[in-house]
Design a protein around this ligand. Structure first.
Ligand SMILES: Nc1ncnc2c1ncn2[C@@H]1O[C@H](COP(=O)(O)OP(=O)(O)OP(=O)(O)O)[C@@H](O)[C@H]1O
Length: 333
């Protein structure tokens, strides 16, 4: 696909990167219930983007719109460089979707499911067999290939579902809650598969309720709540948005500890452990000021650790009914 037709977005390193998905002012209501209240999304090509949100937040609705399964009420969306409204067919050719609305037919075998997909993609019989065998092998389903898909475990069905999606070699894949209901081993297998896809240059847009999953996989995460994007950024950026982070300085020399404690009046003291705890958003700026202060007083800490809230804290704070303060308000306090 020529990059000139793809909208450009900026990655964190500042280099312009083609956007695989871009949405501006995306809106969707069901009756008088507003599900998506004008959301913006930018997903650079070759990255993993996770859309997080509580039950009913509108994650599946967003995936269904972006993958042309339902139409939006408003907004401009481009997927794979194509306009969602005027070039829906080209969008469909560029994407693959797996999710809660699984395409797996339980009555036929895994192999037959794959061959059906190959037919849908107009592959020749020989090419279809080759692609099906290769994908079944890659997803560790060769042994089960001749068995009805209804006999597969949850993890096997998900793997088959993704394998079916890959028959058309999509450049962008939507995964709606890819690991919901899977045991930890199957979940890790799925994460490996997703990482492998991205290594191959595929863009992955996933929805999840598992914060660890977003933390593990996603380059960028957006939290959807009340029809709006409550926050968007890398896992680290999101963790810095909410209070609870701190820098801990530990000393072995009691004199150094006492000097530091006397000077850093805002720090919580742990006299037994000879440790001081300073509230901090964990940003480079705040860390530098702590280090500069230590240097200027000639006090040497033996250990400096930065604690940021985990994604669970962020999720609960962002999807709570009382809004958390914006980062600027936070650092101004
Ligand atoms: N076809 C529909 N008609 C009416 N309301 C709908 C329809 N589809 C979804 N909704 C409503 O839109 C809201 C968002 O649903 P959606 O399935 O997108 O949420 P979700 O974030 O994917 O939730 P979950 O995590 O539970 O899957 C819900 O309140 C749901 O009841």
């Amino acid at each position: 696909m020529p990059s000139s037709v793809m909208p450009m977005t900026n990655q964190t390193n500042g280099r312009p990167t083609a956007a695989a998905i871009s949405a501006v002012g995306l809106r969707k209501s069901y009756g008088d219930k507003t599900v998506l209240d004008g959301i913006d999304l930018h997903v650079p090509a070759g990255s993993v983007f996770a859309l997080l949100g509580p039950n009913g937040a509108g994650k599946t609705t967003a995936v269904k719109i972006l993958s042309t399964l339902i139409t939006a009420d408003g907004g401009q969306v481009r997927v794979g460089g194509h306009d969602l409204t005027t070039e829906a067919q080209a969008v469909r050719a560029a994407i693959g979707v797996t999710g809660q609305f699984s395409a797996v037919d339980g009555l036929i075998t895994g192999e037959e499911n794959m061959l059906l997909m190959a037919d849908l993609h107009h592959l020749s019989r020989q090419e279809g067999r080759r692609v099906a065998a290769e994908l079944l092998r890659r997803f560790d389903l060769t042994e089960a290939a001749k068995k009805p898909a209804s006999t597969y475990s949850g993890g096997m069905k998900r793997r088959l579902d993704i394998a079916m999606t890959l028959v058309g070699a999509p450049r962008i894949i939507f995964l709606d809650e890819p690991t919901t209901g899977l045991d930890p081993r199957s979940r890790h297998t799925m994460w490996g598969i997703i990482r492998e896809l991205v290594t191959g240059g595929v863009t992955v847009f996933l929805t999840t309720q598992y914060l660890e999953e977003a933390d593990q996989l996603a380059d960028r995460i957006a939290v959807l709540n009340g029809g709006k994007i409550a926050a968007e950024g890398t896992a680290e950026e999101l963790k810095r948005l909410i209070p609870g982070g701190h820098v801990r300085l530990r000393f072995t020399d009691p004199t150094a500890y006492r000097t530091a404690a006397a000077a850093l009046t805002g720090a919580a003291r742990d006299d037994e452990a000879l440790a001081l705890q300073l509230p901090s958003d964990g940003s480079q700026r705040e860390l530098r000021s702590v280090l500069d202060w230590l240097d200027s007083t000639g006090v040497e800490a033996d250990e400096l650790t930065v604690h940021t809230p985990d994604l669970d804290d962020v999720f609960f704070a962002l999807t709570a009914t009382t809004p958390v303060p914006a980062p600027s308000e936070e650092s101004a306090r």
